[in-house]
Design a protein around this ligand. Structure first.
Ligand code: SF4
Length: 383
């Protein structure tokens, strides 16, 4: 399971993502496509996902990721059918992650997943403060996260990741520190920490517009992020991407492939794929998706062919999310472009401001650039 931490290796093979489009209820901040399980029959959708998988040669898939939605909301036999089929169809997979909601797990589920070939668990902890979980509309408690980690370990999982969210309305530096401490006390080898994003059309954005909640100010958001970087690093997890931290060898290979701009295939309703410069998006509708697959039609609703220049820009933006940044030799091999020439003016501007370094054949963001990374990356999105 140990991987080369300097090796963002697009040659490792494509990733396969399975989007389970069901949740128990909608979290107040979430804009992902998912439907409440109580209102739909999941079996035909999962059968269609399995049939969609069978349309592809997946023998070279290097990483598998079942996310959503909430895979753990499915009846256990249905989730295991999907897991078992994916494992059988992807014999070369080195990493097999399933995303779980801590409020929907039990000892038996972890044992079943482990036996079925899953070797990495991602738990949506988000916060260890009950008030914040309630505000986000999460269905679990902080105690559920502790129990889920313990049960995962008991079932033989070492590779466990926790997702955390900061800058939640009503949170403070102290409450964020409490969540970080609680997460670090669980001694998992991987943590993802994201600032809350305000997506249009979510219940939380409606609350904001109506004045029912107040957004955390930019400065506090930045201090919370830096607090996370310092606290997590002090615990021995290395920041390898803007929002991701891991003990050596526990970086998420599936996402490393994504940040390398490697190919990935997404299956299921609303799943996105990008293969050989063609980006596609499956239809975000359970009935339309299932009907399309059952009648041997494509469930793809949108498709876009990227030009070589667009691919190069996309590769640069994704690469710069990693702390090791753009590997100039790899970039040239992958895109045909010389990154130093292609992005000469953006590199120069941000170098002068101390936000970018060019060293050892790589171009990467400095520590001080991380909190404003999105605005810097915009300058690489087109030339
Ligand atoms: S469980 Fe995840 S996918 Fe489902 S509503 Fe909540 S955040 Fe969205």
């Amino acid at each position: 399971m140990v991987i080369d931490t300097n090796g963002f290796n697009p040659g490792e093979g494509p990733g396969l993502y399975l989007h389970v489009p069901f949740c128990q209820s909608k979290c107040r901040y979430c804009s992902f496509y998912s439907e409440p399980l109580a209102r739909f029959e999941p079996a035909p959708v999962i059968a269609a996902m399995i049939a969609e998988m069978d349309q592809y040669d997946t023998t070279q898939v290097a990483t598998l990721y079942i996310g959503g939605g909430s895979p753990s909301v499915l009846p256990c036999d249905l989730l295991l059918r999907l897991v078992g089929h994916a494992a059988a169809r992807c014999p070369a997979a080195l990493e097999f992650t399933v995303e779980l909601n801590p409020g929907q797990t039990g000892a038996a589920l972890f044992h079943d997943l482990r036996r079925a070939g899953v070797n990495r668990i991602s738990l949506g902890a988000q916060s260890f403060i009950q008030f914040e979980l309630d505000l986000l509309g999460r269905i679990h408690t902080p105690a559920d996260v502790d129990r889920a980690v313990r049960q995962a370990r008991d079932a033989g999982f070492e590779n466990i990741s926790l997702d955390l969210i900061f800058a939640i309305p009503g949170s403070t530096l102290d409450s964020w520190k409490c969540s970080l401490d609680a997460a670090l006390a669980l001694a998992v080898p991987h943590i993802s920490a994201y600032s809350l994003t305000w997506e249009d059309g979510t219940l939380l954005s409606d609350d904001l517009a109506a004045g029912r909640v107040v957004q955390i100010d930019e400065e506090t958001d930045r201090v919370m992020y830096e607090l996370a970087i310092d606290a997590i690093a002090a615990d021995g997890l290395k920041q390898y991407e803007i929002s991701n931290f891991a003990r050596p060898g526990y970086e998420c290979r599936h996402n490393l492939n994504y940040w390398s701009n490697g190919d990935y295939l997404g299956l299921g309703p609303a799943a996105a794929s990008c293969r050989k410069g063609v980006r596609t998006l499956n239809v975000a509708d359970l009935a339309a998706y299932t009907r399309a697959v059952e009648s041997a039609r494509t469930p793809v609703a949108e498709s876009e062919i990227l030009t070589p220049l667009e691919r190069a820009c996309e590769t640069a933006v994704l690469n710069l999310r990693r702390r090791q940044g753009i590997d100039l030799v790899q970039f040239k091999k992958q895109t045909g472009f010389d990154a130093m020439s292609l992005f000469a003016s953006s590199i120069q501007i941000h170098r002068e401001q101390g936000f970018i370094l060019c060293e050892g054949g790589r171009v990467f963001l400095t520590q001080q650039a991380l909190a404003i990374a999105d605005s810097i990356l915009c300058d690489f999105a087109d030339v």
